[in-house]
Write a new protein. Structure first.
Length: 488
């Protein structure tokens, strides 16, 4: 554990104590003392904006899957996860998970791919999700199901788990070093980018034919869409100016509008970022991680390799271009916006706050509630500026037992339109449904942010919640994870 004293939320036994703890940290997190049940619950209210109707305020976040087949089809593990997405009761399924638009664009060798040979499998995922959703809620009225389309860019690993095959837009002075890239490693040409854009057009058309309601053009977590936004040092029509750095998005959207008429488009994007972090070497020893510290920025100021960061101090947020990006989404008639931040590859404490780090990460440099608060506040500010957009918030899982109380307050007070659940869905997909239905909440299933859902897949194991889900605890997968941890 970190030398920083962090109160584990599992030790906090009631809402009043949680509220006191939040205040003791100097933070403000909305939190209701009582959960409203049934139709009167803020989380059960429908949302209607023009042609978009969502039956409640619960969303399932897209997550990168690590349990498809080698050719990009779903496996039995994938099918089970999608059933659980449906059983969550959420009326917005934001992509289910990240689906690669091509084999070479995969982030891992078991990521789903959308192609002619995977259409039957992807259709099956949608079918079982809807069936489970009907079983939980009684109706698919107001259910909006999308597919997140992605190319992993710098973080492509399409063939072997431990063999990066990066496809970069520009040279990054820190991330290049981490990936072992030389100064003369090739960057994507404009022609190669054009081919990738055509892959997005093709994938969106297939998505529509499968019956999905929208596509998410992924712009977060260091993957290709996100890297375009930070391509300040790239020359040519896809770099330097804001107009050029958003050309990729505009050209993808233009093709989707032309080829897939009537298809809704969403964008999940990292609204802010930071310079990469690393374990503090002065506090790392005997294979144990130290707390995260920013990488050295010597000779890197102004910092020209980020989006939503202060170029003079890249550990701080600057939402100037973030706001400009949302104005562009409005101009493009994109109404569905999912707010996240950072990247799991180089600043995971920002991307998804946790008390226990992934094996290739670092101990938290701050109380994770600070990261949660940062997400909440940024989403609140952006929603206030763009009331016509539909905002899904992120980073709720760390709240654990108090997630329903905060989620209800966030929606009731208008900080976000919907509450998005990621890690929690792997452990306890029905949490918000149970809380608002009046069912007994099951504390032993609540995600405790052990980060095994990150560590295990990076060791080549399927996606899932290894500490809490009986499906994984009762199988040989748990033994494999234990063995993998022992090697750390």
């Amino acid at each position: 554990m970190s030398t920083l004293r962090i109160l584990r939320l599992g030790a906090v036994k009631d809402v009043a104590r949680f509220q006191e703890h939040v205040h003791s940290l100097g933070l403000t997190i909305p939190c209701d003392s009582e959960i409203v049940q049934g139709a009167e619950s803020p989380l059960r209210k429908s949302l209607v904006r023009e042609r978009i109707k969502i039956g409640n305020r619960i969303a399932v976040q897209p997550m990168e899957g690590w349990d498809g087949t080698a050719d990009g089809n779903p496996s039995e593990h994938t099918i089970r996860r999608w059933k659980r997405f449906g059983a969550s009761g959420a009326k917005l399924i934001w992509g289910g998970e990240a689906v690669a638009i091509s084999h070479e664009g995969r982030a891992n060798p078991n990521q789903l791919v959308i192609a002619e040979h995977t259409l039957t499998g992807l259709a099956g995922l949608r079918k079982v999700l809807i069936e489970e959703h009907r079983r939980t809620t009684g109706s698919d009225e107001g259910l909006l199901v999308g597919l997140q389309l992605t190319h992993s860019g710098r973080f492509c690993r399409p063939n072997v788990h431990d063999k990066p095959e990066p496809r970069i837009l520009y040279h990054h002075p820190i991330l290049d070093r981490r990936l072992g890239l030389s100064r003369d490693s090739p960057v994507l040409s404009d022609g190669e980018i054009g081919a990738i854009i055509e892959d997005f057009h093709r994938a969106a058309k297939l998505t529509q034919e499968l019956g999905f309601d929208f596509v998410d053009v992924k712009h977060c977590h260091g993957y290709l869409g996100h890297e375009f936004l930070s391509a300040h040092t790239r020359e040519g029509k896809y770099g330097e100016s804001f107009e050029n750095r958003t050309r990729f998005l505009r050209e993808v959207v233009q093709g989707i509008r032309a080829n897939s008429r009537g298809m809704h488009i969403g964008v999940r994007f990292s609204a802010f970022d930071s310079v990469p972090f690393c374990p503090d070497p002065s506090q790392s020893a005997n294979g144990k991680l130290g707390p995260g510290i920013p990488e050295s920025q010597e000779n890197l100021i102004p910092y020209r390799w980020g989006f939503g960061v202060n170029q003079n101090d890249p550990t701080r947020i600057d939402l100037t271009e973030t706001i400009r990006f949302l104005s562009l989404l409005e101009e493009l008639d994109i109404r569905l916006v999912n707010v996240t931040a950072g990247s799991p590859y180089y600043n995971p404490h920002i991307q998804r706050p946790a008390i226990y780090p992934p094996s290739d990460g670092y101990l938290p440099p701050e109380d994770p509630l600070m990261g949660v608060t940062q997400h909440l506040n940024v989403t609140r500010e952006l929603k206030a500026r763009f009331p016509k957009l539909i905002f899904v918030g992120t980073a709720y899982s760390y709240l654990q037992d108090f997630l329903p109380n905060v989620a209800q307050a966030v929606v009731r007070e208008g900080w976000a339109d919907l509450v998005g659940l990621g890690r929690m869905v792997l452990a306890y997909p029905e949490l918000l449904w149970d809380a608002t239905e009046g069912n007994e909440v099951q504390p032993k299933r609540v995600c405790s942010t052990f980060s095994d859902c990150t560590t295990a897949p990076r060791k080549g194991l399927p996606s899932g919640c290894y500490p809490l889900d009986d499906y994984y605890k009762s199988s040989e997968l748990a033994a494999q994870l234990k063995a993998a941890k022992a090697k750390q």
